[in-house]
Design a protein around this ligand. Structure first.
Ligand SMILES: C[S@@+](CC[C@H](N)C(=O)[O-])C[C@H]1O[C@@H](n2cnc3c(N)ncnc32)[C@H](O)[C@@H]1O
Length: 188
């Protein structure tokens, strides 16, 4: 994927994000009222997040990031859509849930950030947009502390796990149903 293709993908996500959020109503009120956008399969995966540093890779407009943050995690969301990151920052303020959002191309950011995390979280519809999954996996390993975990949630019951294992080493499948597969890989 060249720079023009990346820019074109980013522009598409700006438009898609604006359209998705245009019909979702008052999301800040939803969060202030205790709302949560995580699915049971993800909750099964999460465990105790209090005090843990969590990277939400390709966080889009931040709804899942805030759902992680409200469980006591220090969340950094990264996404290259300016529309998504602006929305996420405002939603965090309006909802009263602290989280950090970075507008950046993920693969570049993973290679340069000094930040380190206990957990990296990558969910639905994210990795398919990336130009290089090897770079993604190496970048995530770089930013995870020793013992840190990569959590992936795929919106498919298909077997992504062998491919993931080739990239990041042994994984543990946490949950699987007709819709989702949840895997965890621990950095040794
Ligand atoms: C389907 S959404 C992911 C939704 C996400 N799972 C969530 O929790 O809301 C895909 C996201 O990937 C982002 N994206 C695609 N390619 C990217 C890249 N190279 N760097 C950073 N973000 C990227 C898009 O802007 C979009 O927000």
């Amino acid at each position: 994927m060249n720079n023009e293709e990346l820019a074109s993908t980013r522009r598409s996500w700006d438009v898609a994000t604006r359209n998705h959020n245009a019909h979702k109503g008052d999301q800040a009120a939803f969060f202030r009222g205790g709302g949560d956008t995580l699915f049971p399969e993800e909750l099964e995966l999460l465990g105790d997040l209090a005090g843990r540093h969590v990277l939400h890779a390709q966080c889009n407009a931040g709804q899942d990031s805030l759902s992680l943050a409200r469980r006591g995690a220090h969340v950094t969301g990264v996404d290259f859509s300016g529309e998504a990151v602006s929305f996420a920052r405002k939603l965090a303020v309006d909802a009263g849930i602290p989280a950090v959002f970075e507008e950046a191309e993920l693969l570049e950011w993973l290679e340069r950030t000094p930040a380190r995390f206990d957990v990296a979280f990558s969910s639905y519809g994210a990795v398919g947009w990336l130009p290089d999954l090897g770079r993604w996996a190496r970048g995530l390993c770089r930013v995870l502390r020793p013992g840190g975990e990569l959590w992936t949630v795929w919106n498919s019951s298909l077997g992504y796990r062998p491919a993931l294992q080739r990239l990041v080493g042994p994984t543990r499948q946490v949950a699987r149903n007709a819709k989702f597969t949840v895997t965890v890989s621990t950095r040794r």
